[in-house]
Design a protein around this ligand. Structure first.
Ligand code: NAD
Ligand SMILES: O=CCc1c[nH]c2ccc(O)cc12
Length: 532
């Protein structure tokens, strides 16, 4: 087994790892790219150094991977669910055993902190364990018909599925797609993001070691072109896509040509609503969890934080204090709570949103600047200080919080020194550590404003009023609503979007339905009654 990448991990530190092994995997082994000519450098976000080369797969390589997956599917789909479960449980066990090494590699490639990367790897093996548990339960129905005839339904796999992933949760996304796919008896060809290509192949090796047939989980590297080859391939039955709305639309369009099933897990601009009767410290912690994990590059982040006017001063004071205290730096240090963004263009894009917000009248309450850590090896990294955009008055001296709110916030509608619903930073997905804080007055008003978006991935509400909490949750046009917390996404819970945030679900029992199809078998026990 080519385990050398992982073997080099225990002693590895930021700025030291170089990966030269092939990153494609099909037919049960790593596969060297056919041509190196379109190689793209992959950068270590913490240092800006080249970590490896990503060589995109062309049509022949994609076809080879899909043929290899199809051959594996023929074997795997004939195994009993319990047999598949056994192999999957072994894969989960191996991931768990190697969690530190895999997490380190993930943190090096993605820039997320080692603390978060470990949580991600734990989610990954739990996902495989969870779907292994369901593999043996897949069953149809028996339906009695008149005259002794009957029918039964069989839950069958789809065939070769394709997974296309984003760069923010590379290992998690690869497992969240492959675990339900394999449990149902499918094979899967996975294309990671060209910016985070290194851990998917580790997953492929682990599945192989656990005993899946060669080709069952393949990895092809590449960007838009390779993705498009996958979406057009006639042997592919389903495409599960995680990424942005514009790319999701293209994937859906390409898949429609050969009527492939599609799951779209797309972006968001989720609202987090904080009522004045909340437990304030929890609400502040929730707002930080909703905005700053993985440097704010999380699809379901609650980036529009609506705060009831009366508690705005206290909320802002506390949220700004805590945001300023977030230790930004080397992702491999246990004490770091925010690493670098994924790439230089992403950093520039996010800083651009902050500049635009200022031009449109928002006040930067903290952060929003490029950040250069003191450690010299991190000088070329893509760091920025976490940012809160909102109103400035609460940080003005003097007056009680209530007096301030009465004096200042009652005139807010006249002020431009504020986040407003029509600002770019409030309307568009930034995908970086930028929280926009907006005042509101009434429940009715905030529900309308929270839903006034084309996205619908997630939402959140903080209140002590149980009736209000459920009323607000029911009225959110979003696939998830968190009550009195945020970004709690265990694998047992269905996850996915409303509106332009996509359709289909990942995680939870329901995902079995997105990786399988029902066949109805009708059985006659008597003679055929023919009208002809
Ligand atoms: N809903 C979710 O579960 C979820 C999870 C993570 C990220 N996201 C979203 O992903 C986005 C960030 O990720 P990104 O920048 O990697 O997104 P992206 O849309 O740029 O790329 C996603 C993937 O699509 C591939 N791709 C690009 N063009 C393609 C094409 N024409 N055909 C087929 N594949 C193509 C990319 O190579 C990559 O693997 C954000 O909008 C974020 O909200 C959503
Ligand atoms: O960007 C979001 C990635 C994501 C989607 N669903 C889940 C579930 C658990 C996670 O840790 C991440 C995600």
């Amino acid at each position: 087994m080519a385990q050398s990448t992982l073997d080099s991990m225990p002693g590895a530190s930021t700025g030291t790892v170089v990966i030269t092994e092939p990153l494609n995997f099909w037919g049960g082994k790593r596969v060297k790219p056919r041509e190196e000519k379109n190689a793209e450098p992959v950068f270590e976000p913490a240092t800006g150094r080249v970590l490896c080369q990503m060589v995109p797969c062309g049509a022949e390589e994609v076809d080879e991977a899909i043929q290899s997956a199809y051959a594996a599917y023929q074997k795997w789909s004939k195994m009993a669910g319990m047999e598949r479960a056994r192999v999957m449980l072994e894969a989960a066990r191996i991931i768990r055993e190697r969690r530190e090494k895999i997490a380190k590699l993930e943190a090096i490639n993605n820039g997320k902190t080692i603390t978060e990367a470990l949580v991600n790897i734990d989610i990954s093996w739990k996902s495989i364990e969870y779907y292994a548990g369901l593999a043996g339960t897949l069953a149809g129905q028996h339906i009695q018909l008149p005259g002794g005839a009957f029918a039964y339904s069989r839950r069958e796999p789809l065939g070769v599925c394709v997974g296309i992933g984003a760069w923010n949760f590379p290992f998690v996304i690869a497992t969240m797609k492959s675990a339900p796919a394999l449990a149902c008896g499918n094979a899967i060809v996975y294309k990671p993001s060209p910016m985070a290509p290194v851990t998917a192949v580790i997953l492929a090796e682990i599945y192989k070691e656990a005993g899946v047939p060669d080709g069952l989980f393949c990895v092809v590297q590449g960007g838009a072109e390779t993705g498009s080859l996958l979406c057009h391939h006639p042997k592919v039955a389903k495409v599960s896509f995680t990424g942005s709305v514009p790319t999701g639309k293209k994937v859906m369009e390409m898949s429609a040509k050969s009527v492939k099933q599609v799951t779209l897990e797309l972006g968001g601009k989720s609202p987090l609503i904080i009522f004045k009767d909340c437990e304030l410290e929890n609400a502040v912690k929730g707002a930080l969890m909703a905005n700053f994990l993985t440097q704010g590059q999380v699809c379901c982040n609650g980036t529009r934080v609506f705060v009831q006017r009366e508690i705005m001063p206290q909320f802002l004071e506390e949220v700004v204090k805590r945001t300023k205290a977030i230790p930004v730096g080397d992702p491999l240090l246990g004490s770091t709570r925010m690493g670098p963004l994924i790439s230089k263009p992403q950093l520039e894009k996010v800083l651009g949103f902050v500049s635009q917000a200022k031009k449109e009248g928002a006040r930067v309450l903290c952060g929003g600047d490029p950040f250069v850590p003191s450690d010299p090896k991190l000088k070329g990294g893509y760091f920025m200080s976490p940012c809160v955009l909102g109103t400035s008055n609460t940080l003005v001296n003097g007056g009680t919080a209530h007096a301030q709110s009465a004096l200042f916030f009652n005139t807010q509608s006249l002020s431009t020194d504020n986040c407003r619903d029509d600002m770019t930073c409030v309307k568009e997905e930034i995908f970086g550590p930028v929280m926009s804080v907006l005042p509101f007055d009434t429940e009715e008003e905030v529900i309308q404003r929270a839903n006034n978006t084309t996205f619908g991935l997630a939402s959140g509400v903080f209140t002590r009023d149980i009736s209000r909490a459920h009323r607000v949750a029911a009225s959110m046009e979003a696939g998830t609503c968190f009550i009195n917390n945020y970004n709690i996404n265990p694998i047992e819970l269905p996850f996915g979007g409303y509106k332009m945030s996509g359709f289909g679900r990942e995680n939870g029992q329901v995902t079995i339905e997105y990786y399988s199809q029902l066949k109805t078998v009708v059985v006659e026990m008597g003679d055929v009654e023919s009208l002809f």
